[in-house]
Design a binder for this molecule. Structure first.
Ligand SMILES: Cc1cc2nc3c(=O)[nH]c(=O)nc-3n(C[C@H](O)[C@H](O)[C@H](O)COP(=O)(O)O)c2cc1C
Length: 361
């Protein structure tokens, strides 16, 4: 039995992990590597009507995350049509072709890429308040081709407004989120930004944006019925499971694939599978959106930390960061419940799973 298989917008995937538009999927050979690395589908690097003039430097690993100012594909659409998409197609996986950015550009490209695509992913990188450019892009694509159309949204917008506008415009799915920004980091040896863009600003991805992405997916799931592909900061099966619990039907990975290589897709899929096997979960549907079922805000008012003497190693990490001085370490960590205010930090600090919430009625 394949616990990981998933179906959405007419696409059938053997597992829910795929590349996100970016350098790990920059051409046909990268798609072949992603397929060999265990991806359940292929998303291709966003192309537009012109090849991008990408500034250098354009990628930097920073504390907790990653900055880029890469733009879209540096090859022309003609090059992709002639050389890259045919190779991508040979992977035999469902292909989601990335297109940007305006309605006019998307209209010009959609029909040309259709023979290679099982679906389109529209990247608008739009940060304004009014969803009409996104709506226009969706309508242009839907008019041009008879394919499922996903629209990728940025996190800085009103998620409810844009998600519902996208659904009303006929989008078959959402992709949340694009990178976050603009952001800045500085090389202290030179005083310069790491990014060669005119502003020196870049766009953040990687672990730092996982909570931003989770919130965006969670918020969109509350308001639309179309499938959501979750992307942003995913580098492990645990991250992917969180995204599926927030409401994603499948997940995309970019930064972790840049840093760790194309084997990451299969690795994450394997970790999701293990998580499910250990808990007797037979299908992704069982965890899809479950974060919405809990009234956690109410639960969290009435809890206290419960320390497992068996699992605790007395490492002292929880006591070190307990600003209420409510934890003491002897042969294992002990909580002074008179001092403990229930902030919850110790649970997330413990590396050994030794602290669990105990809920009180
Ligand atoms: C170097 C780089 C290039 C990217 N290029 C694109 C792109 O062409 N089109 C797009 O929609 N998103 C692009 N993205 C955004 C990613 O697809 C993804 O939405 C974002 O990085 C968050 O996911 P991650 O944390 O897994 O990287 C790019 C990201 C990076 C880091």
């Amino acid at each position: 039995m394949n616990r990981l298989k998933v179906e959405f917008a007419g696409l059938k995937l053997k597992n829910p992990v795929m590349p996100a538009a970016g350098p790990p999927i920059k051409d046909g050979s990268a798609a072949v590597a992603a397929a060999k690395g265990g991806a359940g589908a292929i998303v291709t690097k966003t192309i537009s009507t012109e090849a991008a003039q990408v500034p250098r430097q354009n990628m930097a690993q920073i504390k907790g995350g990653f900055l880029n100012t890469e733009l879209w594909a540096e090859q022309s659409p003609e090059h992709w049509l002639e050389h890259e998409y045919p190779i991508v197609k040979e992977t035999g996986l469902p292909i989601i072709v990335g297109l940007g950015y305006s309605a006019e550009q998307i209209e010009a490209l959609a029909r040309k890429v259709a023979p290679f695509a099982d679906a389109l992913e529209l990247s608008t990188h739009y940060l304004g308040d009014d969803p009409s450019p996104v709506v226009a892009a969706i309508k242009a694509a839907k008019k041009a081709v008879d394919l499922p159309v996903f629209v990728k949204l940025s996190p800085q917008i009103d998620i409810k407004l844009f998600a519902t506008a996208a659904q009303d415009a006929g989008a078959d799915g959402l992709v949340l989120i694009n990178s976050l920004g603009p952001c800045l980091d500085i090389d202290i040896e030179t005083g310069k930004s790491f990014m060669g863009s005119t502003t020196g600003y870049g766009w953040m991805s990687g672990p730092a944006i996982l909570p931003v992405a989770l919130r965006a997916v969670y918020e969109a799931y509350k308001h639309v019925d179309i499938p959501i592909l979750g992307v942003g900061g995913i580098s492990s099966g645990r991250d992917a499971v969180k995204m599926i619990m927030a409401g994603a039907s499948a997940v995309q990975v970019c930064t972790a694939a840049i840093l760790e290589g194309p084997g990451i897709y299969g690795k994450i899929a394997g970790q999701i599978d293990k998580f499910m096997e250990e808990r007797g979960i037979e299908s992704l549907e069982e965890i899809h959106g479950v974060a919405h079922k809990f009234q956690r805000q109410e639960d969290l008012q009435r809890w206290e930390p419960n320390i497992s003497a068996d699992l605790c190693t007395a490492c002292g990490l929880c006591a070190q960061s307990c600003v209420y001085h409510a934890i003491e370490i002897d042969e294992y960590a002990r909580v002074d419940y008179d001092r403990c205010v229930g902030c919850g930090l110790c649970i997330t600090r413990c590396k050994f799973g030794a602290i669990a919430p105990r809920y009180n009625d």
